[in-house]
Design a protein. Sequence first.
Length: 394
Amino acid sequence: MNILHCDLDAFFASVEQRYHPEWKGKPVIVGGQPGSRGVVSTCSYEARAYGVRSAMPINQAYRLCPQGIYLLPDLPKYQEVSQQVFTILQRYSPIIETISIDEAFLDVSASHLLFGSSAQIASMIKEDVARELGLSISVGIAANKFLAKLATNLSKPDGLLEMGEEQIRDILPRLPVTEIWGIGSKTALRLKRVGIITIADLLASPRSQLEGILGSNTDFYIRLCKGQDTRPVEVESKRQSLGNEITFPQDLADQEEIQQVLLELCCRIGYRIRQSSLMAHTITIKMRTPDFKTLTRSKTLPQGVDADLAIYDIALDLYRNSDIIGSSLRLLGVSAGKLIDRNEEPGTLFYDKNQTLDGIMDDMKKKFGRETIKRGSLLKSKHTNKGNKSETIV
């Protein structure tokens, strides 16, 4: 089972609770102020306990939960956090299909050698999102997209569920038809009128009856009801950039430590660039101070880079020449843009010795795991080491 469906829990409301810790545990409703004509975009699980639901008119929500915290949507804030989440997802697979600002599919079939089983990858994603962003994300695992999304729905909130053959056999027939991808409330009502309420009901119904309601999509829905879905995880377009960033548990002021984190981020980017057979023509660093001031600096190169230390030299120069040098940081990120296929690059900008070393390290990471080998200068950084995993100094 190589398909993961990742869905952030009560995303907009959770982001607001993250920025306002005093709201944790309280009903937060995002969509508008009481008395407005807005509808609920999303609400926290505390608000859902009062019966508040997405797409509900704000005034109806207020009647159910007058003590709630009502907010207008802050889309730039949500988009920024969404980008941080997708940066985490990109660590584990380059094959990502974006469904919405808070939802995506991953195909991890080529990631097991580096990260372990699908369940282990899902656990690492959940841990990274919780540790770095303070958010919860539910993950469903299955052999196809329909079952993976279904597993997520069944595991919310903050869940992790594998949908295997046993679950398909035991759970799927008993579920309502609204769990079928593409069957909304109106179609479900038409099905209910002829006695079709569950997936088992649909499979037991005459085809002619189904075609009268489902039309040309009848075969597709029947296959889904049997747990069959051949749609691949589709990357919408050729990737334009690769990025990694880290939000520190506590503001980081030590300049040596900041540079160690910067090196680690550049090594991660370099590895991903090489594994994708790409070259980067633009390097960008992102810095955020404790007062949430965000600064980005970029450099575009005439020739592409893919070597760790070449990327680091550029990133370090950008950092040292920024207005933030010497300040504490709450977030640091590095991204590589203007990516082109390696075969299309007429020349490269790297150090031969380091290019050879990068290749050796890449081979060892693929064979023994990403965290088993690091540059020696990174081993003393508490922000770039995970747990007690053994590492090789190079």
